[in-house]
Each structure stands twice: as structure tokens, then as C-alpha cells.
Design a protein around this ligand. Structure first.
Ligand code: ARG
Length: 373
């Protein structure tokens, strides 16, 4: 059954956190939890303090964990899709502490998050770090990543963003096919011992081939993208507890793929290719060939996901929803922190309402954070 899981040589370890949980952070979270869900914060804090005194850490109730994960999403100031933060499905897998167990649950996560193409925002929370004992973590930035193979002459086949991860996977014994859209294995680093490579089974990786509604040649470019963006290398921090392994997914907004992954010069860099197929003059910037190509690529992305019956949003709809979210949060008496440079879509910014204002830049907890930040 575990044929697709193989244990190999260790990669470099991570620093073990020695600290006991900060009671101030725990207290702020418990107060927030009780404010929004009811309950007696003092009574709960007495329990928490006792457990911390005894063990250096404490255990969230399933309700606290689910609320903490949802609020971490609500507090994600780079995310435009926060209107539905309450709907996050929380898979409580804190009892899973081995790399093998994590691999299996990640596969189940991916299957459950995209049943029949309907994407459900989902998080799977694995064991937290405890004082003196680090829990396993996932090395991949996302559960699904395409390989980037660097040749000796410096050219790259695939996604240049994942060259390092690809080299690591190869070093650990993975055999890539050398294609442009090869799904990388998930590399799981256990607290101690050897890392594990997990090849994702095909049925866990829903992908959409890209075609354009008006240009037949577009499909010949052989482009595709995966349906589920599942961030895998951020810590979920709740009330002083760090869950280093807590992969979470939403659904895609078209521009993430069409205006960044496939378009950026240091990613798949497809604008010149598409512009030439469109017959545009690419020697003269003032023909706006980049802009034309960008629009057609994004039309193709949205069209293809729609055709495949896979959930995806567009940047105009999502911008309006975000404005509604801001309004709802303000009515609830909360600040909604946001980072303008991430919220404004990477194309047609000023044609969306999120462009024309400033945002509160405070950093709130619970939160998703990058290790070491
Ligand atoms: N921008 C990233 C990508 O293109 C995904 C980030 C999360 N996106 C989301 N819609 N939840 O792969």
C-alpha cells in the first residue's frame, strides 16, 4: 500500500524549539475565542496555565483549533479570498506524527478538496511542535508543484520556481521525466531521522489542460495547470502554539496562473510565445503585445477551468467579494488587515475596486507564517 512512499537519506534538519509556550499569547487567543464563541476565558486559562506548567505546552480543544485555523485565514493580509473564512474545513490530524502518516493524509486532503472539480477550502492540521521536540514539516512550498529541470547551459525546462526542490527530489532518488509539467513528489522532513518522498497518485492531482475559446492553436501549446493550490510550508500559529505542518487550500483566481505562473519572465514566460502566435509585433512595446497576450492567456485559463467544471474565480468578481468582506468585518467591529501590493490583482488593477483605497497593515494572530520570519 505504501509503494509510493520511500524513505531516503536525510536533508538538513531544522532548529528545535526549546521554549515553553508564552502564556501571554495563549491568553490573547483564549480571550479572542471566548469573545467570538462564548465561554469563560478565566476558567480556560487556569487549565491552560496548569498544562503549560506541567508540560511546557497546552492542547487546543477541537473547537479552538478550528476557530484558530479559520481566523488565521481571516488574518491573512495577502489573501483577497477571505470572504468565506468561516467555511474552511478543518481536518484535525494532530494525532498523526509520522512522515508516512502525513503523506497519506496529504493525499486524502487533495482528494477531498476537489471532489468532482468542486474545490472546498480545506486545512489538515498535524501535530504541533512541543518544547524540545519538533514535529515533521513539509519542504515543498505547495503539495502540488511542477518540476523545473536546469540543464548545464542554464536553460530550464518546467517551472523555474521549483528548480531547487527538483534538485533536492532528484538527489533523494526521485526520477523525473524531464517534462514541462511533471508533478514533484512531496518531501516530508520528520522531526528527526530520514526525510520521506511521497509521489502523489494521479487521482489526487486534478489538472486542467488549457485551451482558448477562439484560437484553436492555443491547445497545441500543451499548457496545463493543477486545480488545487495547497500551501504546505507555512506554520499555523495559534495562541503561542506552532503547527509547522498544516497544509491548506482554497481555489484559484485565474490571474494567479494566467498573469503570474505562466506569464512571469522568471516562471513559464509565455507572453512572447503567445504574442507571436497572435501575430503581434513583439519588437515594439507600444503595440502593447504583452498586454494583449496577457488578456488572451487569462481568457484561456478561465475558459478552460469552466469547461472542466473546476472551481475558479476571476479577479473582478473576487475584488468585489473582498470589498464585501471588508464591509462585513468593519460591521463586526474588527480591523481587516491587508497588504495592497498582494491584494491588487496582477492585471487590470485599476479596473478593480480593491485598487482605489488603502488598507490597515497591522499583523494579527492567529496567523500563517513562514518559518524563521
Ligand atoms: N499564487 C499561488 C499559485 O499560483 C497560490 C497561492 C494561494 N492561492 C489561492 N487561491 N488560495 O500557485
Amino acid at each position: 500500500m505504501l509503494a509510493w512512499i520511500r524513505a531516503i537519506r536525510p536533508v538538513e534538519g531544522h532548529a528545535v524549539r526549546e521554549k515553553t509556550v508564552d502564556l501571554g499569547e495563549a491568553e490573547r487567543f483564549i480571550a479572542l475565542f471566548c469573545r467570538e464563541n462564548g465561554g469563560d476565558p478565566q476558567a480556560r486559562m487556569r487549565q491552560v496555565a496548569r498544562e503549560v506548567a506541567r508540560t511546557g505546552s497546552y492542547t487546543h480543544t477541537p473547537e479552538e483549533l478550528a476557530f484558530g485555523a479559520r481566523v488565521a485565514w481571516r488574518n491573512s493580509n495577502r489573501c483577497i479570498g477571505r470572504l468565506y473564512w468561516r467555511s474552511l474545513r478543518v481536518r484535525d490530524r494532530r494525532a498523526v506524527t509520522t512522515a508516512e502518516g502525513i503523506a497519506l493524509e496529504c493525499v486524502t486532503h487533495l482528494r477531498e478538496a476537489a471532489v468532482g472539480g468542486k474545490i472546498r477550502p480545506t486545512i489538515t492540521v498535524f501535530a504541533p511542535d512541543r518544547p524540545g521536540r519538533d514535529a515533521p514539516r513539509i519542504v515543498n512550498e505547495q503539495l502540488i508543484r511542477y518540476a523545473g529541470y536546469r540543464a548545464d547551459d542554464g536553460t530550464i525546462v518546467g517551472d523555474p520556481r521549483n528548480v531547487e526542490l527538483t534538485e533536492l527530489a532528484l538527489k533523494l532518488g526521485w526520477r523525473g521525466r524531464g517534462g514541462r509539467f511533471d508533478v514533484l513528489p512531496v518531501v516530508i522532513h520528520p522531526g528527526r531521522g530520514k526525510p520521506l518522498l511521497c509521489n502523489l497518485p494521479g487521482d489526487a492531482v486534478l489538472e486542467v489542460p488549457l485551451a482558448h475559446p477562439d484560437y484553436g492553436w492555443f491547445a497545441e501549446l500543451g499548457l496545463r495547470w493543477h486545480a488545487v493550490p495547497a500551501i504546505a510550508n507555512m506554520c499555523l500559529e495559534i495562541g503561542g502554539i506552532c503547527y509547522p505542518c498544516a497544509p491548506f487550500n482554497g481555489w484559484y483566481m485565474g490571474t494567479e496562473i494566467g498573469a503570474r505562473n505562466l506569464a512571469d519572465e522568471d516562471r513559464y514566460d509565455l507572453l512572447p510565445v503567445i504574442a507571436r502566435r497572435l501575430g503581434l509585433d513583439v519588437r515594439n512595446e507600444r503595440t502593447l503585445w504583452r498586454d494583449h497576450a496577457l488578456v488572451e492567456l487569462n481568457v484561456a485559463v478561465l475558459h478552460s477551468f469552466e469547461l472542466a467544471g473546476v472551481t475558479m474565480t476571476d479577479h473582478h468578481t473576487e475584488s468585489r467579494r473582498f470589498m464585501k468582506h471588508l464591509e462585513k468585518e468593519s460591521r463586526a467591529g474588527r480591523v481587516c488587515p491587508a497588504d495592497w501590493s498582494w491584494i491588487v490583482p496582477p492585471m487590470s488593477g485599476s479596473a478593480t475596486p480593491v485598487f482605489h483605497r488603502y488598507y490597515d497593515e497591522s499583523v494579527l494572530s492567529p496567523a500563517f507564517v513562514h518559518h524563521g520570519e
